[in-house]
Design a protein around this ligand. Sequence first.
Ligand SMILES: NC(=O)C1=CN([C@@H]2O[C@H](COP(=O)(O)OP(=O)(O)OC[C@H]3O[C@@H](n4cnc5c(N)ncnc54)[C@H](OP(=O)(O)O)[C@@H]3O)[C@@H](O)[C@H]2O)C=CC1
Ligand SMILES: O=C(O)C1=N[C@H](C(=O)O)C[C@H](O)C1
Length: 234
Amino acid sequence: MKIALLGYGKMGKTIEQIALKRGHDVVLTIDKDDTDYDITEADVAIDFSIPTVAFNNISNCLNNNVPVISGTTGWLDRYNEAVTLCKEKKGAFIYASNYSLGVNIFFELNKTLAKMMSALKQYNVSMEEIHHTQKLDAPSGTAISLAQDIIEQHGSYSNWKLDQGNETTIPIVAKRIEDVPGTHTVTYESEVDTITIEHVAHTRQGFALGAVIAAEWIVGKQGVFTMNDVLNIG
Ligand SMILES: NC(=O)C1=CN([C@@H]2O[C@H](COP(=O)(O)OP(=O)(O)OC[C@H]3O[C@@H](n4cnc5c(N)ncnc54)[C@H](OP(=O)(O)O)[C@@H]3O)[C@@H](O)[C@H]2O)C=CC1
Ligand SMILES: O=C(O)C1=N[C@H](C(=O)O)C[C@H](O)C1
């Protein structure tokens, strides 16, 4: 498979290593100064860039009929536009806030726990995410996905907010500590006890492997998909 990497930073480089090991060719590596390139050289594009350019990268792929996997976070105000464009062009597109198998299992665990806790009003939920100091967005895309799933499954919460919470708002604390690849914690606390679930990424390899698996899966398909479709879970 010929792969284009849109964003050749920490994730782009990790994805390249894994893609080569799995027998693929990386035919394009694009960073901010690379404007003149032909995306149709690739069978599939993988976008791990920055929030302000992700939508343009994705639409360029869809407009040129190249299936695209996006892991960039912090651009979701334009997600519905990407979905509309994908349908209009009969293209193929996946966005996931987190491509690692472990986090996708953790997402399911979080949904199940939220559903169970919906009957137990003595518990208040809160969340924490910790990432490296170069991260541009807060809270993380993964934390937003976790909060949205709690809102859907629990019933008492209608929104989330950085640092502040109340009976209807899930508080999310975002910490930035050098070299942390990504840690997410969901806590339910009552007067008598605390229940915590946590996912700790040790490296970026899990995110990168999931993105390559998603790219292998999407070639030849048409539609807007999620990691649940790729991994057949949920
Ligand atoms: N969904 C998931 O599983 C995961 C998502 N992420 C997300 O992926 C994104 C990238 O993360 P990471 O690799 O750590 O970040 P980096 O900052 O290391 O890499 C981002 C890269 O994008 C490049 N870039 C800037 N402008 C453009 C452009 N116009 N077109 C293409 N590339 C451009 C930057 O280039 P330059 O340096 O020249 O500006 C940089 O090399 C983030 O949004 C992060 O949150 C990260 C890990 C997992
Ligand atoms: O920026 C990162 O590094 C990560 N970003 C994603 C997010 O915002 O959730 C996924 C992972 O936690 C690493």
